[in-house]
Design a protein around this ligand. Structure first.
Ligand code: ZN
Length: 471
């Protein structure tokens, strides 16, 4: 049987207002509990109204994942007692989800999508002085309460934690391209992962944020459950919490079954009928998906399949940036080379994404033009780009500053020092070994942090070497 992993992905939908009221879904920079009203605070007698946009976002996800969309759907109340849901039930879709029976391919693996449904997000609990298992006390912020969520549930088709992570990365890119998800908002994708070994009971790890953490939590569970098996302890069905700092999982509760939640039809909300016309209008306006975009990049920009994949799947904004640079500068291959190799490397180094970095299309194109015109060498450009990503300043200005710093007398000092430190190589050159010069140029270049032009260094080195022979 081996390892069986299934995922439940909760994605906050990018709608202006919450799922059942007019409060803003975007509470960045707001005070806790500022974006609330009687509906999302769950006052008795308050009447929810369905946000049509949320349903349409769900339909877009359904189409992208090749799911069958229900003709009729309704909302149900999932009853539970917990402070993050003040009315003691969550409005969700249970009996008939928005859609079902889809799939998403991850490399060779076809991952079946069991269902996608829409539900409201609970409030955010803030545990003070510890985590959920040992906090001193807990604060509640209802700003998040009632934000529209799509829950995407897979069949247990993954056999390794790495596959689960790859799936999430591809899914994220799809959600970004659909425009149903805003990556700029904090922690908007959360994941529950269930895992069972050799046909045993499944353990669910709840509320993991970050794809790397999903992989870590699952790897931990494989080790833990294997350890239990060796000691002949039976794995129980339970819900666990992943502690990202400690890198382990802790038991939260013995798992209840879905039926235990006592779902009932929500009488405050109408049945939604999905007409052919409505579906057609969504289909017509469905944005380009990442796979289609990769194909287009290869065809239109004549770049390699791998390059196109990196540009598209790293971050939708990076792909947008690439396209805008191509439009302004032309030469898509050159833009791709510098974007995916050097720009991306510098961004990763700073743990930044293109949209929250100081990089701009105008200045990046200016940088590419500096290289094209020969004003800076490629070698220098690879150093300059780091400074550019750090400061966001005009690359032409940065290059000038760099060049000014390296006057002839500066280079004289560098060359002199390199010759002194590498007497053996200098002697070898003098006795006719041409290769020694290459070595010395390399040393001098390194001493200028690759800013100097190698040809200029070569001339300087020859001048110094010849002078010393003449003596
Ligand atoms: Zn509200």
């Amino acid at each position: 049987m081996g390892v069986m992993i299934g995922l439940e992905v909760h994605c906050q939908l990018n709608t202006e207002s919450k799922l059942f009221c007019g409060d803003s879904s975007d509470h960045r920079g707001k005070e806790p509990n500022e974006c609330t009203c009687p509906i999302c605070l769950g006052y008795p007698g308050s009447k929810p109204v369905i946000n049509k946009k949320a349903i349409e976002h769900g339909m877009r996800i359904a189409m992208a994942l090749s799911c069958r969309i229900a003709d009729e759907m309704f909302f149900s109340r999932k009853t539970y007692f917990y402070p993050d849901m003040s009315k003691n039930y969550q409005i969700t879709q249970y009996e008939i989800p928005l859609c079902s029976n889809g799939y998403l391919t991850v490399g060779e693996l076809k991952v079946r999508i069991r269902r996608v449904h829409i539900e409201e997000d609970p409030a955010r609990l803030q545990h003070v002085g510890g985590d959920i298992t040992n906090a001193e006390y807990t604060l509640i912020d209802y700003n998040r309460s009632g934000i529209a969520l799509a829950e995407i549930v897979t069949e247990p088709d993954f056999t390794t934690p790495k596959q689960a992570r790859q799936f999430l990365e591809i899914l994220l890119s799809i959600l970004e391209h659909l425009g149903v998800y805003d990556s700029e908002k904090e922690a908007t994708i959360r994941c529950d992962a269930n895992i069972s070994l050799d046909g045993g009971e499944r353990v669910e790890v709840k509320n993991i944020t970050g794809f790397e953490n999903v992989e870590k939590a699952l790897n931990f569970e494989i080790i833990r459950q294997n350890g239990m098996k060796r000691m002949e302890v039976v794995v129980q069905r339970e819900t666990r919490h992943f502690d990202a700092e400690a890198g382990n999982t802790k038991s939260l509760r013995k798992k209840e079954y879905e039926e235990d939640y006592g779902y009932i039809f929500d009488p405050d909300l109408p049945t939604i009928r999905v007409t052919a016309g409505w579906l057609e209008s969504i289909k017509k306006t469905q944005p380009e998906l990442p796979d289609q975009r990769v194909l287009r990049f290869v065809k239109d920009y004549k770049i390699g399949d791998y390059d196109a994949h990196v540009l598209v799947y790293t971050d939708k904004n990076l792909a947008d940036f690439y396209e805008l640079c191509c439009r302004k500068y032309g030469k898509p291959e050159v833009v791709a080379k510098w974007t995916m190799n050097y720009l991306l490397k510098s961004l990763n180094w700073r743990r930044e994404r293109i949209n929250n970095s100081k990089v701009r299309i105008d200045t990046f194109v200016e940088f590419l033009r500096l290289i094209e015109s020969g004003k800076i060498t490629e070698r220098f450009a690879k150093e300059l780009i780091k400074e550019y990503v750090d400061t966001g300043e005009s690359p032409a200005m940065l290059a000038e500053k760099g060049a000014q710093e390296l006057s002839d007398s500066d280079l004289d000092v560098v060359v002199e020092k390199v010759l002194q430190e590498n007497r053996k190589a200098a002697d070898e050159f003098r006795s006719g070994k041409e290769d020694a010069l290459k070595f010395l140029i390399g040393r001098a270049l390194a001493a200028t942090q690759k800013r100097a032009d190698p040809n200029r260094l070569r001339d300087m080195l020859l001048k110094h070497l010849n002078a010393s022979i003449a003596q």
